[in-house]
Design a protein around this ligand. Sequence first.
Ligand code: AMP
Length: 401
Amino acid sequence: MKVLVINAGSSSLKYQLLDTTSGEVMAKGLCERIGIDGVLTHTGNKSDEKFKFDIAMPTHKEAIQSVINVLLDPEKGVISSMSEIDAVGHRVVHGGEFFSDSVIITEKVLKAIEDCVPLAPLHNPPNLIGIEACREVMGDVPMVAVFDTAFHQTMPQSHYMYAIPYEYYQKYKIRRYGFHGTSHKYVSQQAAEMLGRPLEDLKLITCHLGNGSSICAINGGKSYDTSMGFTPLDGLPMGTRAGNLDPAIIEFLSEHENLSAAQVINILNKKSGMLGISGVSSDFRDLDTAIDDGNARAALAKDMFNLSVKKIIGSYIAEMGGVDAIIFTAGVGENDRSVRWDVCEHMEYLGIKIDPEKNKYRGKQMDISIDYARVRVLVIPTNEELMIAKDTERLVNEAKQ
Ligand code: AMP
């Protein structure tokens, strides 16, 4: 099946056309500056050449139309008719408590996504605009919504509640939702394949470590706990996000720096984490360069990150009563050998030991644990687009039956 995967932001729209049978990416690209002027960057699989076009994109509708046009282009495109696109998979950030799986988009589904806007005011509105634009341009091609939060809906209540008055959960649905669900689900399925064991029998801890980072305890294929919470600000310190902290700090900063709560939250989202501690950068590669130059604050930032990952892994092992494999994925998890090494150091007593030689590889799917380790440590490059395409295929096929 040929599935067009769409990830719509407020002024951008990423796309990939995937063949779900082979897993091949037929074409991919990005529309930027929607509503301003409009730039489309496109790569088809006939060559790796990247094409860049200035195209007027007053709204997402023109952006989608430009994507279709370039896919149909005799030279740069990969299809000869729009009817070759069997379905569209849309990434949607927040599905609240409505969605525990991906879903075929209907009017009722759109209403529920809209009802989740207060939970993700920056993300769900552009996701909805992307869906509407696609429906206008592509007519009745089946469309599926794949949510970042859906995978985590299996968490037990004691894992997702915050210990604030219960009425706030009832009134506002304040609870842990978790994010990166598509990535955690994808790498857990890959891990089961690599281990040659059914996912239902496995206790896994998946570490999605990138610019945004979250960890997930996956028990028998189901999300059991995860580090991001009501918003993606919770959990680990990240590129620019603080991660969890004593909430009293918010009032303290507000009073002493004369800032509103929203301004403090903005600092916790955009100026904290690796950037805030190091004063250098949010990018782990820049931190490594600074550490090599003797920058103590860059080293502190990375130490804090690694410690947080280790603490969460430890707590998830305790929660699940053991672990079969720990998986590292996303930009940092796939590439940064020092993070993997420091996180797993001194965990031999739990059966975790990395092979320093195997750990030298990066960006490659492999088992990096020493041969006799009881717990396998795996590096698995994530592929959220493929997961979205596969979910889309599954649901469209189910609907046909
Ligand atoms: P992501 O959000 O998954 O795209 O990850 C982005 C982050 O991955 C960047 O900010 C970098 O910090 C990190 N990253 C990417 N490549 C490397 C690398 N070769 N070594 C260390 N960190 C890397």
